[in-house]
Design a protein around this ligand. Structure first.
Ligand code: G3H
Ligand code: 13P
Ligand code: NA
Ligand code: ZN
Length: 328
């Protein structure tokens, strides 16, 4: 059944687990996520980005998610809009039937320009008023995703600040977070702790200086009843990078957010963990390997089946590590 983000995260807080929120763009990702949830008895958050809506079209995405609910009626599913850039964007998703929206007022409507605190409070509060009147949850964001190594937001296309960010912008302030939640009444708060979108998060394995789990603890101490969200939380598995590069890919050395650091965050109030890049890496690695081993094969179902299997195993691993398993 379709449920709201608030319902799911309240349960997650009560029982002390986290929920991966996987981005979905196509049938294969949707199947992988649902099969993994089915096997581990996990509740599901699937989210559609602006890029996904551009790729698949909003009606196709919507029906993909509704098809998942129909095929797996015993699994609770949150249909979430990722990184909405205005209350109007959120309104359209609510009209389409999304049970949760993100109003990301940390960046302007272009998805690139950092905004003022007052602007963020204003657009987020407006989105919350509208969404709550429809029984829809809202995730806000305070602080800008960006690398504490370089000051850059990462990923070129999609959502991310343009130009260099200051250290302060990239670490959410606990006092400001308390004021923001109080003024906007968001159901969940995305915070900045040094992660960024995409595969290029860290040039070496992160340390406390580049990935601030201690900042999560400070924020959670200040607002213990607020559900925290980690964006840019792909772990960038080294084994998938090796497979991609073994079979013709060229991905330079790079590191993601270690699963054990996410698990530490979950002990301190993190309830939603956004993952997109890891599914992309697993899918591409599995397809490259299959086609290299089976050069005469041309039926897309054959190699896409490999893609589904690889993504399903990755989803199962996250559901188990985050404690989501057994909570459907
Ligand atoms: O917000 C970041 C997600 O990875 C979505 O990326 O806009 O390329 O779909 P995308
Ligand atoms: P990754 O690029 O680390 O998978 O993050 C995805 C994300 O935060 C979507 O909002
Ligand atoms: Na989101
Ligand atoms: Zn994000």
């Amino acid at each position: 059944a379709l449920i709201s983000l608030r319902q799911l995260l309240d349960h997650a807080a009560e029982y002390g687990y986290g929920v991966p929120a996987f981005n979905v763009n196509n049938l294969e990702q949707m199947r992988a996520i649902m099969e993994a949830a089915d096997r581990t008895d996990s509740p599901v958050i699937v989210q559609a980005s602006a890029g996904a809506r551009k790729y698949a079209g909003a009606p196709f995405l919507r029906h993909l998610i509704l098809a998942a609910v129909e095929e797996f009626p015993h699994i609770p599913v949150v249909m979430h809009q990722d990184h909405g850039t205005s209350p109007a964007v959120c309104q359209r998703s609510i009209q389409l039937g999304f049970s949760s929206v993100m109003m990301d007022g940390s960046l302007g409507e272009d998805g690139k320009t950092p905004t003022s605190y007052a602007y963020n409070v204003d657009v987020t509060r407006r989105a919350v008023e509208m969404a709550h009147a429809c029984g829809v949850s809202v995730e806000g964001e305070l602080g800008c995703l960006g690398s504490l190594e370089t000051g850059m937001a990462g990923e070129e296309d999609g959502i991310g600040a343009e130009g260099k960010l200051s250290h302060e912008q990239m670490l959410t302030d606990p006092e400001e977070a308390a004021d923001f939640v109080n003024k906007t009444q968001v159901d969940a708060l995305a915070i900045a702790i040094g992660t960024s979108h995409g595969a290029y998060k860290f040039t070496k394995p992160p340390t406390g200086d580049t990935l601030s789990i201690s900042r999560i603890k400070q924020i959670h101490e200040r607002i213990p009843n607020t559900h925290l969200v980690m964006h840019g939380s792909s772990s960038v598995p080294q084994e998938w990078l090796e497979i991609i590069n073994e079979f013709g890919g060229k991905i330079p050395e790079t590191y993601g957010v270690p699963v054990e650091e996410i698990v530490e965050g979950i002990k301190h109030g993190v309830r939603k963990v956004n993952i997109d890049t890891d599914l992309r890496l697993a899918s591409t690695g599995a397809i490259r390997r299959f086609l290299a081993h089976n050069p005469a094969e041309f039926d897309p179902r054959k190699y896409l089946k490999e893609s589904v299997g690889a993504m399903r195993e990755l989803c199962i691993a996250r559901y188990e590590a985050f404690g989501t398993a057994g909570n459907a």
